[in-house]
Design a protein around this ligand. Structure first.
Ligand code: ASP
Length: 338
């Protein structure tokens, strides 16, 4: 059908009118994907709840450095100290949910709700869950000149001198505190405890002879054990570990059921966009596949968790299970931090 000039003009006008809508829609799509692609366009802060140089810090710095290669931005470590790790977790729970502030934390996320009655955050509802990271054994240590050389000698020595001995830890709810409590209970003796803001300063106090005992993670203790600068009484896992194959566990030396393993998770504030969470998760996976990270973790006794735990669900369900496990134990012991 022939088209008149008038109609042609009308068609052209209509298609011209369409252009702005098409343009706007196209621009919006482009802007949306640009926003998603733009994350991260500045450094990401990984908050560590304990002192620089300590076990959690070592894991954070090793993994964070490799994550930065996947993210294309540096991962900056911020040590936010205090209250067994709860200051840092509360800080991240309230941080802007934009993917630029994330948290690494351990079992303390599961013990805090039972230990702290006035907790400013809820570990099970105030976060997005990124991934688990590594599992780390602990080791029971004494100062170098503590008389007992073995666990068999240590137990009666602690019982006889409980009022004179002290055990250092990284604050109520830190795993060094938890391990110390389990040890006290296992041997049936009271011990004074001395809190520090991480086990890096606690280890310095042990090396300096200001404290007598410390239960701490292999990520910090292996070099000191190998150098012979501390007394070493055993590992806290159910079996011997590859990094210290000659060293007996506390359990095989008679402390039946003694088992403390430190697990780590990475969290983001609730409401962090899914696109950012996916990139952070991909960066954690990338980091844990890095041969340099793998070698460093193996030397320090840390075990990279299986793939099923490298997921938001893997962390969330684990946190729930651990909260259900520790909560009743802590409540029945009547232990409160505040
Ligand atoms: N995570 C350690 C603890 O809970 C402390 C530290 O990393 O400094 O004892």
């Amino acid at each position: 059908m022939p088209v008149s000039n008038g109609e042609r003009l009308l068609q052209t006008e209509n298609s011209l009118k369409l252009i702005p809508h098409v343009l706007v829609a196209a621009l919006a799509v482009a802007a949306g994907s640009a926003l998603a692609q733009a994350y991260p366009n500045r450094p990401v802060t990984l908050v560590v709840p304990f002192a620089a140089g300590g076990p959690t810090d070592v894991v954070a710095r090793t993994v964070g450095q490799a994550m930065s290669r996947s993210l294309g931005q540096s991962v900056v470590i911020e040590n936010k100290l205090g209250a067994g790790g709860t200051i840092a977790a509360g800080y991240v729970a309230k941080a802007a949910p934009d993917g630029y502030t994330i948290l690494i934390h351990h079992n303390g996320m599961a013990t805090a709700p039972a230990l702290y009655r006035k907790l400013s955050f809820n570990p099970l509802t105030d976060f997005e869950y990124v991934s688990q990271v590594v599992d780390v054994p602990m080791t029971m240590l004494g100062r170098k000149d503590l008389p007992p050389n073995t666990l068999q000698e240590l137990i009666p020595y602690v019982k006889a001198n409980a009022d004179k001995l002290n055990l250092a830890h990284a604050g109520l709810g830190a795993v060094s505190h938890l391990c110390g409590m389990v040890f006290r209970q296992a041997i049936g003796a009271e011990l004074q405890t001395v809190p520090y803001q991480g086990t890096a300063p606690a280890m310095n106090a042990l090396l300096g002879g200001q404290v007598d005992l410390l239960c701490d993670q292999t990520t910090q203790t292996i070099p000191h054990i190998k150098a012979g600068s501390v007394k070493f009484y055993g590992v806290t896992t159910s079996g011997r570990i590859k990094a210290l194959p000659q060293s007996p566990t506390l359990e095989e030396q008679g402390l039946k059921g003694f088992q403390v393993v430190v697990w780590h998770g990475i969290y983001a504030p609730k409401g962090t966009p899914a696109a950012a969470l996916e990139k952070i998760n991909a960066a954690v996976r990338f980091a844990l596949k890095d041969p340099v990270v793998q070698q460093r973790m193996a030397e320090l006794g840390a075990e990279i968790v299986p793939d099923a735990k490298l997921t938001p669900e893997g962390l969330r369900t684990w946190l729930q299970a651990e909260t259900d496990r520790y909560g009743p134990m802590i409540r029945s012991a009547g232990a409160f931090a505040d």
